[in-house]
Structure formats: structure tokens, C-alpha cells
Design a binder for this molecule. Structure first.
Ligand code: AHG
Ligand code: MN
Ligand code: MN
Length: 349
């Protein structure tokens, strides 16, 4: 019985195979993705040991958003930066946990890529043992050369991304990535410390099964979002099957479930957060890239997330992401009922 081919495909081998698809490939992206996979293994080890390794709980510091930083946020942030600050593959980095750009330290040669990341997504779930994750976005630098990267290198539209990945630390640790040739998932086998191919060419299935929204915010939603939620729940006149509701409070876990089962995640603008909560450069853009590669779509309620030109590093954006038909339906409800909000948002967009 030949060995199960799937079991033998490590992420390194898969990235090399993918590299073969890019004739001009130099191997630099392959090495960067390998560095990211190694950082993920180090973070995964801490998430499974958090209770024992005294890494639970909050630090005394806050991040740029005024959110208390969890110890694991800081650990994950440092691991990713240190894994990439000396390799000569990255010219600049940006992280949710730092106000400004993260430059390559003096003495290390800046490279060709830009790495933007959310080191720990779903921080509020760390101490309650619910799934959390890490999100990566990779751009090429705009100007060739070996000087240090700039803000312009980071603030590129999503359709310029050359790769995106996330890691979900759940009942198993999985890394899901795309370099523009489909979405592929790898499950960490802790006994050998390798990510092994477990989900090849992931595509969002139809019909969709779930919708994900924080109903605790319902009183602040716009009319268009209220009507959309009723539609998702089958409460409107039309006779279509209601979707089931699942919301875990970690974007990465809700996104991952909807990617594999079909569904839509929405974190809309509301009366208190007129541009939503989630950040464009290290949450919405990389996941929108992956959703599109899996046959799905991501919108800010007006149009494609991948078309947005970021204006600032931590810019927030409303997010509807997952099955294309469900996301397009959200845009239709907002066009019909939220003209006032759309007019205000358009100017900020
Ligand atoms: P982070 O932990 O990186 O700040 O992200 C948290 C985000 C996202 O993971 C999740 O979907 C959302 O916050 C949950 O927000 P609410 O608790 O307001 O629903
Ligand atoms: Mn996040
Ligand atoms: Mn985070």
C-alpha cells in the first residue's frame, strides 16, 4: 500500500513545488514562508503550554489601540520580528502591536519583501482556551534596492499582495497560505514538528452553512445591516433556508470555519465604530486575498477590500467576508437602506 502521498507533503516541500509554478522564482519567498512557519511552531508551543509556562494573562502595557497587551501577544510579536529581522529577506515590517514601522536593525541587510502581521488574533480568547491565531500579509517592496523599507511599501492595496497566510491555534495547529495559486492548509504534527499538507486547494463550498456576527452590537447596527441579518436568519418574506449562527470572537477561527464550510463573517460599521473594528492591513487584506483565492469575496460594504488603498497603518474597515453571494447580498442591503452612512463613509474611504 503506497504511503499516503498527502502525509508526506511538508509545507517546505509544498512551497518549493509552488515555487516551481513561478518560473522567475528565486527561492526568497520560499525561505520567507519557511521562516513564518517556524515562528508559528514557536508560538504554537507557547499556546499549548500557556497555563504552565506562566504566559497567560495581561501585561502592564497597552498597544496603539489602547488595548491591554496579553503576554502571548507580546511573545508572538517578538518571535515573528526576531525570526525575520536578520534574514535579508524583509525590508520593513509592521505589526498590530506597534504604532510605527518596524525597521530592520542596523547591520542587517534589508531585503525584497514587506511583512505585515497580527501576531495574536483573538487575544480576548487566550485565557479561556478558545482558538486564536496569527495573520500574515506579504508584499514586494515598491522601489527595488537594498535600503530600508518605507510606509509606502506597507500601505499597498490588497490586490498587490503576493502571499498571505494565517495560523490557527485550536484543537490542532493549522497553517493556511496562498501565493496566488490556490489556498492550501497544513496541520502541525507535534510529534515530528512538521506542518503536513491536509487541505489542498481549499474552495468555499456551497450552499453556505453559517453566518458570524456579534449580536451584542445589534442595537448599534445600521438599518441595512439589520435587514441583512434578518435575511440571513430567514426572517424576511423570501423563502430561503436560514443560516446557522456561529461566532467565537476570534476572527481567524470564524473565518477558518466559514472557509471550510461556507458562510459569511461580518464586523460592520456601527454607531460607535463608524469604520468598524478590524484593521485593513493585517486583518482584512490578507484574509480577503485568501477568500478570493478560495472562490469567495471580501467587502467593506461598498466594494472589494482588495481595491482599497490603505491610508494609515492601523486603519479600521468594516468587513463582510466569505461566500461571494452572501457578501454581495450585504452590499445590496447597504445600498438599499444605508444611503446616509454610505455617503459619510465614502468620503472617509
Ligand atoms: P485582536 O485580538 O488581534 O485584537 O483581534 C480581535 C478581533 C477579531 O479577532 C475578532 O473577530 C474581533 O476582534 C472580536 O471583536 P468583538 O469582541 O468586539 O466581537
Ligand atoms: Mn486581530
Ligand atoms: Mn492581535
Amino acid at each position: 500500500m503506497p504511503p499516503d502521498e498527502r502525509k508526506l507533503v511538508t509545507i517546505e516541500r509544498h512551497i518549493l513545488d509552488q515555487q516551481g509554478q513561478h518560473p522567475g522564482a528565486t527561492g526568497r519567498l520560499t525561505s520567507l514562508l519557511y521562516d513564518i512557519a517556524l515562528a508559528a511552531k514557536l508560538i504554537a508551543r507557547e499556546t499549548t503550554r500557556a497555563g504552565i509556562a506562566n504566559i497567560l494573562g495581561a501585561t502592564a502595557s497597552e498597544n496603539v489601540h489602547g488595548e491591554t497587551q496579553q503576554k502571548l501577544d507580546v511573545f508572538a510579536d517578538q518571535v515573528i520580528f526576531r525570526m525575520n529581522d536578520h534574514t535579508g529577506r524583509v525590508c520593513v515590517m509592521a505589526s498590530e502591536e506597534h504604532d510605527d514601522l518596524l525597521h530592520i536593525p542596523q547591520g542587517n541587510k534589508p531585503g525584497y519583501y514587506v511583512l505585515i502581521y497580527d501576531p495574536l488574533d483573538g487575544s480576548s480568547n487566550i485565557d479561556v482556551n478558545a482558538p486564536i491565531g496569527t495573520i500574515f500579509a506579504i508584499h514586494r517592496r515598491i522601489e527595488p534596492g537594498d535600503g530600508r523599507g518605507t510606509l509606502a511599501d506597507v500601505l499597498q492595496p490588497g490586490h498587490k499582495l503576493i502571499a498571505a497566510a494565517y495560523v490557527i491555534y485550536g484543537s490542532s495547529t493549522m497553517m493556511v497560505y496562498s501565493t496566488g495559486n490556490g489556498v492550501h492548509g497544513f496541520t502541525l504534527d507535534p510529534s515530528i514538528g512538521e506542518f503536513l499538507l491536509s487541505h489542498s486547494f481549499i474552495t468555499i463550498p456551497t450552499p453556505a452553512k453559517y453566518y458570524s456576527a456579534n449580536h451584542g452590537k445589534q442595537k448599534f447596527w445600521t438599518a441595512g445591516v439589520q435587514h441583512y441579518i434578518e435575511w440571513l436568519q430567514g426572517l424576511d418574506a423570501a423563502d430561503h433556508a436560514p443560516l446557522e449562527h456561529r461566532y467565537i470572537g476570534s476572527l481567524i477561527a470564524d473565518f477558518h470555519r466559514n472557509l471550510l464550510r461556507g458562510g459569511v463573517f461580518l464586523y460592520p460599521a456601527d454607531a460607535r465604530q463608524p469604520s468598524g473594528k478590524l484593521r485593513l492591513t493585517y486583518e482584512a487584506q490578507p484574509l480577503a486575498f485568501l477568500a478570493a483565492q478560495a472562490g469567495g469575496y471580501a467587502s467593506d460594504g461598498v466594494g472589494d477590500i482588495l481595491d482599497l488603498q490603505p491610508k494609515s497603518l492601523h486603519q479600521r474597515v468594516p468587513l463582510f467576508i466569505g461566500s461571494r453571494d452572501l457578501v454581495e447580498q450585504a452590499e445590496a442591503f447597504l445600498r438599499e437602506y444605508d444611503q446616509v452612512w454610505l455617503a459619510q463613509y465614502h468620503t472617509a474611504r
